[in-house]
Design a protein around this ligand. Structure first.
Ligand code: CO
Length: 150
């Protein structure tokens, strides 16, 4: 029994890790902080993913009203317009225009210590189009912006 277990366990672990490596990861974790930054500048979305989930963590301590962060996905060409309209929409709307078709996905706005996530259908993304993610809190998207690799 002891002899058998010694050899079975490593084989099972190896099989599990190989399986995990070959399957596409259809999620990403993005950290944001009190220095107005995300910890990633590019997110790769594998075309085999039907749905993709982004989890946003605010690892800082500042409250939402002072250093709020969200994660908003739009076409690169729509980013400036959505950002401007979001600022007009105000804090009560998480700085996003309500029901705006240009917003492909967005988390709620969070403050320090909070975590949130959003899932979206990758069928909304088209090959060859350029997509970006950014924080729509006023003044943040200059530093808090990245690209989607799809
Ligand atoms: Co922000």
């Amino acid at each position: 029994m002891h002899f058998k277990m010694k050899f079975l366990l490593p084989a099972a672990l190896l099989a599990a890790s190989v399986g995990a490596a070959s399957a596409a990861t259809c999620e990403a974790v993005v950290e944001s902080n009190d220095a107005m930054k995300y910890n990633v500048s590019e997110i790769a979305i594998d075309k085999s993913c039907k749905k993709f989930t982004v989890t946003l963590k605010h690892v800082g301590k500042q409250p939402k009203a002072a250093m709020g962060h969200n994660w908003v996905l739009t076409k690169a060409a729509d980013q400036a317009g959505v950002n401007a309209d979001g600022i007009k929409a105000g804090a009560g709307k998480d700085y996003l225009p309500a029901g705006d078709a240009r917003v492909i996905a967005a988390t709620k706005l969070i403050g320090g210590g909070e975590t949130t996530s959003v899932s979206f259908d990758t069928s909304k993304l088209k090959s060859g189009e350029k997509y970006v993610f950014f924080c729509s809190f006023p003044g943040h998207s200059g530093l808090m912006k990245g690209t989607i690799k799809f």
